[in-house]
Structures are given as structure tokens and as C-alpha cells.
Design a protein around this ligand. Structure first.
Ligand code: ISL
Ligand code: CA
Length: 559
């Protein structure tokens, strides 16, 4: 067996800078704010911080539309602030992984300004330009944020491709000069001493030859192109080239955000031979509660089936082992709050179910990611209404689903947004019960979740029974017990639709993880020795085969 790499034992804490901590009281979180809160991240025990994009950006998609890859967005501070943050984190033994967004840039990036200036500009080919076909878009692809994925440019009479919003033109990775520019830019960040990259929609860099139409569901104008744009013909060449030209220049951690990936693709992206990336974010478990109607896509509010969730997560555990490496996540800036989605955010069960979900995920094999506030059991933001949302996916989604296609009415769509919308994760971090949760003294860029007086860091740190300390213990278990990193995964009772139980097994040792996903008390018997140690639980005592609402336990025993 190959030696364990540092990133295989690490736990990552994801920070959405805009919403973490405002230091200069303009209502927007910033780099100094993060630096001021490093003690908190250290107390939790995370090894790595993943920073969402902090680069210069017109913010058409909150920083995922980058106009300068080597400048800090002035809203977040300066490059000197970044250097200070990196040094301060390193001083505490915390690494920093940067977001790398190179499937597209901003339309305000110098490359695009030049590219659109004329058809024979040397940078024209840095982006994907096509002539109209019969006076229409070159193909039927929809943008992931609604409408066509093509924007007509009057000046040159051609369309450019944007898989996301208009202000996010897709870069043309077939152009070698573009690839070189990207690698040089990445190397300058590596030289600065950063510890890795989280690569945005990296599965979509290589577009399919000829840009063919995608299968169009009946009655739709545009088709979701993910089956064609993900895992394209040259993607592995590009990533192997990136490995040689950049990634081998440091002891970096790399994680690809790979929508549209299945096990076979994931094994290639993150083969343990080290030729491409270390791991990927897969999306299958995040799509289990999507709408059956493809035109609605993610917009729905139906609970996920536990049997389906078990089957999916277990497949990734079993089929990646020994060949690749999993990332483990419930939450990020694109997902709603997990306690509101797969748990129970009512006052009676919020804390119990948040701990249960954490236990289940953190004892699996892979590198866990915690999204800011998840460790407090932060919930979806039901107090935000149509006038409060900022996210372009929500705003465009409502326009398309309600006003244009009349698929559901406005109230139903609001229910869907309260269940699935990205702004649920983007409300400010809740530090205390003070005004604006001590995030800012100014007007925050987005409304706070109304429950911050009850759910906040100050409260959590003062309560030994808080969700925070449960996460802290889970992280410590991973650090202390090699079995958590290396053990073989074995699912128990796949058809049980109330309890998720599995084992982690090595030569002489075993972990047994039991998680009741319901608000009911149930009886379950598992096979483990009488002298097994109860390592962690979310109840004060152990009642053996009786599992109380959302009860979660971890047993350790020698075989
Ligand atoms: O649309 C999807 C696939 O059908 C999504 O899963 C998509 O891959 C995902 O939203 C991509 O997210 C990342 O890139 C976006 C950005 O808005 C997100 O915040 C980022 O995480 C565009 O850069
Ligand atoms: Ca600020």
C-alpha cells in the first residue's frame, strides 16, 4: 500500500469570504476578517482552508467571473492582506487552497476584451466563437443558469459560448497559448506558497468535437448540455499537462469540481498514480432530490430517500477504494444547509440531526470538507424573500421557471428556493447574538438568517454539547485513529430505510457507525463485542439496540 499523503488525513474548512467576517465595516466579508478569525478555525481543528474566489471580479456570479486572476478584489482587501493571511495561517499550521476558475473568465478580463475586439485579434481563439446557424444560436445548449448558452455579439456577427452567465465566457482550452497563460498564472500562485487548488467545473474544460446539440426534452427550447460538456475528449490530456507544468512544482492538494462525473471518470481524474488530480467533488448524492422534470432540474423540495442515499455514498466508498480518493461533503456555497435538507432543523432535533449527519460523513473514507457554519448546525434561511436573494441562479431560475415557462407558481418556486437555493448557504456567518451576528456593523451585503440570536459561535463555544464540539471531536478522531483514513468500508443492511449503519475494517480493528435518520425511536441489533468502546455519540448514554431520534454512535473494537 502506498504511503498516506497529508491531504488524505486532512480536514478542510471552506470559507466564503464575502460572508465570513467584515473587518472594515462595509458590509462585505474580507481577508483581514478571515485572518482575525483564524483562531476559530484552529480551535475547530481543520488542517486546510479552501477560500472561494477572492480575485478581481465584476461579481456577476459572486467572484466566479474573474477579470484578473492575479489581483485581489478590492472589496476583499489587497495582495498584502492576502500575503498576511497566508503567513498567519501557515504560522498556525493551516494550509490554504485557492479556487481556480478557468473554465471561463469574466467578460471584463483583458483576454476577452481583446478577443471580442475583432475576429482576427490574436486572442480571438482564447474563447469559443461560432457563426450563427440559420440565424440562430450555433446549438441548443442551455446555460446552467437558464436561457441559451450562447450570446450574440453584434460587432463581429458571431456568438460566444457561456455555460454559466453571459458575463462568464468559456475559455477555449484547445488553444495552446491560452493553456500556457493559465499554467503560468497558476505557477505564480504556487510560487507565493499556496497549498493547492480547488478547480471550478474542471470536468467541462474540453468541449465535445463539433459542439453537437444535446438531447432536447419534449416541450423545451434549450437542452442541458452537461452530458456532452462534462468529461470531454481532451480533458485528461489537459490535466496531465497541468500536472507536469504546474502541479508537480509543489506539494499541492488538488480537488476538481466535476459535475457530470461518474465513478469511471472520477477514477481517471483522481487516479492514485498521481497523474492528474488528488480527488474530485462528485455530485450524484446532491442530485438525488432533484426534480423528475428535467426543465425544473434542481428545483424541488422532496426529501431524499435514505436507501438511495446509502446506495450512492456506499458505491463511491467501495468503488473508489484503492484506485482513487473520495472527497466527503454535505455542504458548500452552492448547496443548501444539510441540517435543513437531510436532517431536521426544528428546535427539537436540529442539534441532534446535525451531529448525526456529521458523524455519518466524517467516519467515511476520503477527505472531509466542512462549509462555514455547518459546524454550528446553521440552517436554511427561510426569512429571505424574493427581494432579498442575490444569487443569479435563483433570480434567473425564477424568471425561467415561473415567468417564462410557467412550470410552477411563484409560491411553489419560493418553497423550492427555501429548500435548495444557494443563498441558504451564503447568509453571513453567525458569530454572536450581537447586531448582525457580529459579522458587520454596516448593512450586510445579504440578509442574515433570522435565527442568529440562537445559533451562533459564541453560544456554541459556551455549550459543551454543541454541534461545534461534535465536529471538533470527529476531526480529532480522524487525526488520531488511522482506521478512519484507511479502513475498508462495509455497508450494513442496505434496505433499512431508517438507519444508516456501516463498518470500517482493517486487519485487527473495526469501527461501527450507526445513524438513525428519523425522529422515531427504533430497535436495531448489530454484531459487535460487549467490550466495544463507544467513541462518540450524540446522546449522554448508550441504550444498546434502542436508537433514539437521530441518534448516532461510533463504536471501536479489536477483532
Ligand atoms: O449546473 C451544474 C451542473 O448541472 C452545477 O452543478 C454546476 O456544475 C455548478 O453549479 C458549478 O459550480 C461552480 O461553478 C459556477 C459557480 O457559480 C459556482 O459557485 C461554482 O461552485 C460557475 O463558476
Ligand atoms: Ca469589508
Amino acid at each position: 500500500t502506498p504511503a498516506i499523503k497529508w491531504w488524505q488525513k486532512a480536514v478542510v474548512y471552506q470559507i466564503y469570504p464575502r460572508s465570513f467576517q467584515d473587518s472594515n465595516q462595509d458590509g462585505i466579508g474580507d481577508l483581514k476578517g478571515i485572518e482575525n478569525r483564524l483562531d476559530y478555525v484552529q480551535k475547530l481543528g481543520a488542517d486546510v482552508i479552501w477560500l472561494n474566489p477572492v480575485y478581481d471580479s465584476p461579481n456577476k456570479d459572486n467572484g466566479y467571473d474573474i477579470s484578473d486572476y492575479e489581483a485581489i478584489n478590492p472589496e476583499f482587501g489587497t495582495m498584502a492582506d492576502f500575503d498576511d493571511l497566508l503567513a498567519a495561517a501557515h504560522q498556525r499550521g493551516i494550509k490554504i487552497v485557492m479556487d481556480l476558475v478557468v473554465n471561463h473568465s469574466s467578460d471584463q478580463h483583458q483576454w476577452f476584451i481583446e478577443s471580442r475586439s475583432s475576429k482576427d485579434n490574436p486572442k480571438r481563439d482564447f474563447y469559443i466563437w461560432r457563426d450563427p446557424v440559420d440565424g440562430h444560436e450555433p446549438n441548443n445548449w442551455s446555460s446552467f443558469f437558464s436561457g441559451s448558452a450562447w450570446k450574440f455579439d453584434e460587432a463581429s456577427g458571431q456568438y460566444y459560448l457561456h455555460l454559466f452567465v453571459e458575463g462568464q465566457p468559456d475559455l477555449n482550452w484547445e488553444n495552446e497559448a491560452l493553456r500556457d497563460e493559465v499554467y503560468q498564472m497558476m505557477n505564480r500562485w504556487v510560487d507565493k506558497g499556496i497549498d493547492g487548488f480547488r478547480m471550478d467545473v474542471v470536468s467541462m474544460l474540453s468541449k465535445p468535437t463539433g459542439l453537437p446539440d444535446a438531447p432536447l426534452p419534449a416541450g423545451n427550447t434549450y437542452a442541458n448540455p452537461v452530458s456532452l460538456t462534462a468529461n470531454g475528449p481532451h480533458i485528461h490530456e489537459y490535466l496531465q499537462e497541468m500536472r507536469e507544468k504546474v502541479l508537480n512544482n509543489g506539494d499541492l492538494m488538488t480537488v476538481g469540481e466535476t459535475s457530470g462525473v461518474d465513478i469511471d471518470n472520477a477514477r481517471k481524474y483522481a487516479d492514485i498514480d498521481g497523474s492528474e488530480l488528488n480527488m474530485v467533488f462528485q455530485f450524484e448524492h446532491m442530485g438525488l432530490d432533484d426534480n423528475a422534470n428535467p426543465a425544473l432540474g434542481k428545483w424541488d423540495n422532496q426529501p431524499v430517500s435514505l436507501v438511495a442515499l446509502k446506495e450512492n455514498l456506499s458505491k463511491w466508498q467501495t468503488e473508489m477504494e484503492g484506485q482513487s480518493w473520495n472527497s466527503l461533503y454535505w455542504d458548500n456555497h452552492d448547496q443548501p444547509r444539510i441540517v435543513s435538507r437531510f436532517g431536521d432543523d426544528s428546535p427539537a432535533y436540529r442539534v441532534k440531526s446535525a451531529k448525526m449527519l456529521a458523524t455519518l460523513l466524517h467516519m467515511m473514507q476520503g477527505t472531509p470538507y466542512i462549509y462555514q457554519g455547518e459546524e454550528l448546525g446553521m440552517t436554511n434561511a427561510y426569512n429571505l424573500g424574493w427581494d432579498d436573494f442575490d444569487d443569479v441562479e435563483i433570480i434567473n431560475g425564477r424568471e425561467f421557471v415561473v415567468n417564462r415557462e410557467h412550470l410552477v407558481d411563484d409560491d411553489t418556486m419560493l418553497d423550492y428556493v427555501h429548500y435548495k437555493g444557494r443563498d441558504n448557504a451564503r447568509t453571513p456567518m453567525q458569530w454572536s447574538a450581537a447586531d448582525n451576528a457580529a459579522f458587520t456593523t454596516a448593512t450586510p451585503w445579504i440578509k442574515l438568517n433570522a435565527n442568529y440570536p440562537q445559533i451562533n459561535v459564541e453560544q456554541a463555544l459556551a455549550d459543551p454539547d454543541s454541534v461545534f464540539y461534535h465536529y471538533q471531536k470527529l476531526i480529532k478522531l480522524r487525526h488520531d485513529l488511522p482506521l478512519v483514513t484507511t479502513g475498508h468500508y462495509h455497508l450494513l443492511d442496505p434496505e433499512d430505510d431508517q438507519v444508516f449503519a456501516y463498518q470500517r475494517l482493517d486487519d485487527g480493528e473495526a469501527l461501527l457507525v450507526i445513524a438513525n435518520f428519523t425522529a422515531e425511536t427504533v430497535e436495531r441489533t448489530y454484531d459487535y463485542p460487549d467490550n466495544a468502546d463507544l467513541l462518540l455519540s450524540n446522546y449522554q448514554d448508550d441504550q444498546g439496540s434502542t436508537l433514539r431520534p437521530y441518534e448516532a454512535k461510533i463504536y471501536y473494537y479489536q477483532k
